[in-house]
Design a protein around this ligand. Structure first.
Ligand code: G3I
Length: 367
C-alpha cells in the first residue's frame, strides 16, 4: 500500500517530529485549541521513499533487540559499518574470519533487507599479511586478487553491491592517494584491478567507488569524477558512485544539491552512502544549538530532496551512517572526547525519532 504523503508526514508530526525548520507540519491556527496528539508509532522512513533506504549497522548493535527492530522497521538495506572490511576479515597470518559479516548477512536475509558491501579496498586499512609481501609484485597481485575473490565471492548473490575502493582521491583534489595498493599495483591500476576482481567474484553486484567531502570540496569532486570517467572509458565494470555525505551544519545551503547533480551527470547510479550531519563540526561562530538543529533539519531535507529528484535509474540507495546518535563514530572517544555530545543521526540516544527523520521523510516525498 502506498502511504499517503499527508498521512505519513502528519504521522511524523503527530509523533512530535516536525520542526520549526521548514514548517513540514501543519500548525494549529492562532488561538485554536491544539489537543496533544496521541503519540503515534513513527511511520517507517523507507515508506516515504521509492528507492532503498539504508543504515550502517554493526553486530554489536544488531544484537540489541530494540536496535534490530528499528533497523528492520525503518530501513530496506544495511551496510556493515566495519565488519566487512579488511580490518575485521583479514587476520595477521593471512587467514580470514567471517563470523560477524556472515551474521550481518543473515540478519539482512532473514528480514528481506538488501545487503551492501563496504568495503573491499581502502588506503586506510592494510594488514601485516600484505605488508609481508610489499614489493613482491607477483605475490602481492595474487594475494590482492585472492582477497577480493574470497570476500566478494562469499556474498555473491547476497550483496547487491560493493564499495570496491574507498576514498581514492586526495582531499586537495590534486590526484590519487599514495598507498600500499598503489605502490604495488600502480596508481589507478589498483582501482581497475579491484573492480575486475570484484566483477569476477560476483558479476551481478553493482560495483562502486566511494569518497567523502564531494559536496564541500569541488576540486576533490572534479578529480573524483575524472577518475570515474576514465574508468568508464576504459571499460571498467564500475556501476555506481558512492558519495559519503558526512556533513556539518555549517555547510552552505545548495552545496549538496549542486554536488548531487554534478555527480549524476556521469549517468551512473548514485549512493548517498554514509549520511550523518554533525553539530559539533560546525565551525561557524556563535551558532546556538537551536540554530544548528535547524540547519541539520534543512541539510537533511536538502540531501533527501536532491537524491529523490534523480531519475529512478540513478537512485541506487540512500544510507544513514548509523541508527542512534550514541552509536555514531562521531561520538567515539577520539572524535568526541567530552561534551557537548554530537547528535548527527536521525534517532536520539534512546532510539527516539528526531526532527531529522521528518526532514528526510519530507525530502524523500517531495514536500
Ligand atoms: O567493537 C570493537 C571492540 O570490541 C574492540 O575492542 C575495539 C578494539 O579494536 O574495536 C572495536 O571495533 C571498532 C569499530 O569501529 C566499532 O566501534 C574498530 O576498532 C574501529 O576500527 C571501527 O571504526 C570504524 C571505522 O570506519 C574504521 O573501520 C567506524 O565504526 C566506522 O564508522 C568508520 O566508517 C568510515 C567508513 O568506513 C568510510 N567513510 C568514513 C567513515 C567514518 O570514519
Amino acid at each position: 500500500m502506498t502511504p499517503t504523503r499527508r498521512g505519513l508526514i502528519g504521522g511524523l508530526c503527530a509523533a512530535g517530529l516536525g520542526a520549526a525548520g521548514l514548517g513540514a507540519c501543519g500548525r494549529a491556527g492562532e488561538g485554536q485549541a491544539q489537543a496533544e496528539p496521541a503519540p503515534s508509532p513513527t511511520p517507517p522512513l523507507k515508506s516515504f521513499a521509492r528507492f532503498p533506504v539504508g543504515c550502517a549497522v554493526s553486530l554489536q548493535h544488531l544484537n540489541d533487540p530494540s536496535d534490530a527492530a528499528l533497523v528492520a522497521r525503518h530501513f530496506s538495506q544495511v551496510t556493515a559499518e566495519w565488519e566487512m572490511k579488511m580490518e575485521y576479515i583479514l587476520r595477521d597470518d593471512g587467514g580470514f574470519r567471517f563470523d560477524a559479516p556472515d551474521a550481518i548477512a543473515a540478519f539482512a536475509r532473514a528480514r528481506g533487507l538488501r545487503l551492501f558491501g563496504h568495503n573491499l579496498i581502502w588506503y586506510a586499512q592494510t594488514s601485516p599479511a600484505f605488508a609481508r609481501i610489499d614489493g613482491e609484485a607477483a605475490a602481492f597481485a595474487a594475494a590482492y586478487r585472492n582477497y577480493i575473490l574470497a570476500v566478494a565471492g562469499r556474498y555473491r548473490g547476497q550483496a547487491v553491491g560493493w564499495d570496491v575502493v574507498n576514498e581514492p582521491v586526495l582531499d586537495d583534489g590534486s590526484g590519487l592517494r599514495d598507498c600500499l595498493w598503489s605502490r604495488n599495483l600502480g596508481g589507478a591500476d589498483y582501482i581497475r584491478r579491484a573492480l575486475d576482481h570484484a566483477h569476477e567474484a560476483d558479476p551481478g553486484a553493482v560495483l562502486l567507488i566511494n569518497d567523502y567531502n564531494l559536496e564541500s570540496l569541488p576540486r576533490k569532486r572534479a578529480t573524483f569524477m575524472r577518475l570515474v570517467e576514465g574508468l568508464l572509458k576504459a571499460g571498467a565494470p564500475i556501476g555506481g558512485i558512492g558519495t559519503q555525505t558526512h556533513l556539518a551544519t555549517d555547510l552552505a545551503g545548495g552545496a549538496v544539491t549542486t554536488a548531487t547533480r554534478d555527480l549524476a551527470s556521469l549517468g551512473l547510479p548514485i549512493h548517498v552512502s554514509e549520511l550523518d550531519i554533525s553539530l559539533n563540526r560546525d565551525r561557524s561562530a556563535f551558532a546556538s544549538l537551536a540554530e544548528k538543529r535547524a540547519r541539520q533539519y534543512r541539510l537533511a531535507h536538502e540531501t533527501a530532496a536532491a537524491f529523490a529528484a534523480l531519475p529512478n535509474a540513478q537512485r541506487f540507495a540512500f544510507t544513514l551512517w548509523g541508527l542512534r546518535d550514541t552509536e555514531s563514530w562521531l561520538r567515539s572517544p577520539k572524535e568526541n572526547p567530552s561534551p557537548p555530545w554530537d547528535a548527527p543521526l536521525a534517532f536520539d540516544d534512546a532510539g527516539r525519532a528526531k526532527p531529522m527523520l521528518a526532514a528526510l521523510a519530507a525530502g524523500f516525498s517531495g514536500r
